[in-house]
Design a protein around this ligand. Structure first.
Ligand SMILES: [Zn+2]
Length: 161
């Protein structure tokens, strides 16, 4: 396990081994009121199976937390070297996240017709929409014995809409 670590990455952490063979961060927080895990987190490498399992469990149990939230959660007890590489893998392998953040398809827009792109006065090129209307309330229709209808005509300027 020690072979995976770069000496340079470890030296600034002032690590120490316990009697079980675990590597802990020495740090400078010995006199603080933090818990023992926060003062001396366990050092793991991002390619370790334990790191992957911890990150995956934290990701799922914290509502598919993103990289920053995962870092905050896991930092409470672990110092994972190469954390960014680990998080990238977790997000890419999570089916729920892939479904939630899937790229949507986009349509290729067609060319606009000539009358939409040539400069003319307002309402020179128009489109209209018309519709016959009648009361939709059946009770009102029965009471008034109305068979009349009205029509609506809506003119749209194609250039300045
Ligand atoms: Zn997820």
């Amino acid at each position: 396990m020690l072979m995976k670590f770069h000496v340079k990455a470890l030296s600034s952490l002032r690590p120490f081994l316990d009697s079980n063979g675990l590597l802990w961060v020495g740090g400078r927080l010995e006199n603080s009121e933090l818990t023992q895990d926060q003062k001396h987190p366990i050092i793991l490498h991002h390619s370790d199976r334990l790191s992957k399992l911890l990150a995956r469990q934290a990701h799922v149990s914290n509502m598919h937390a993103g990289p920053q939230a995962l870092f905050a959660i896991l930092s409470l007890g672990y110092h994972i070297i190469g954390f960014k590489n680990l998080v990238k893998g977790i997000s890419n392998q999570c089916v729920s996240c892939k479904k939630a953040y899937a790229k949507t398809n986009s349509q290729v827009m067609g060319q606009l017709p000539v009358n939409r792109v040539t400069l003319t006065s307002a309402f020179h090129h128009t489109s209209y929409w018309s519709r016959f209307c009648w009361p939709t309330d059946d009770e009102e229709r029965i009471h008034t014995q109305s068979h009349t209808s009205e029509s609506i005509c809506l003119c749209i300027c194609l250039y300045s809409d």
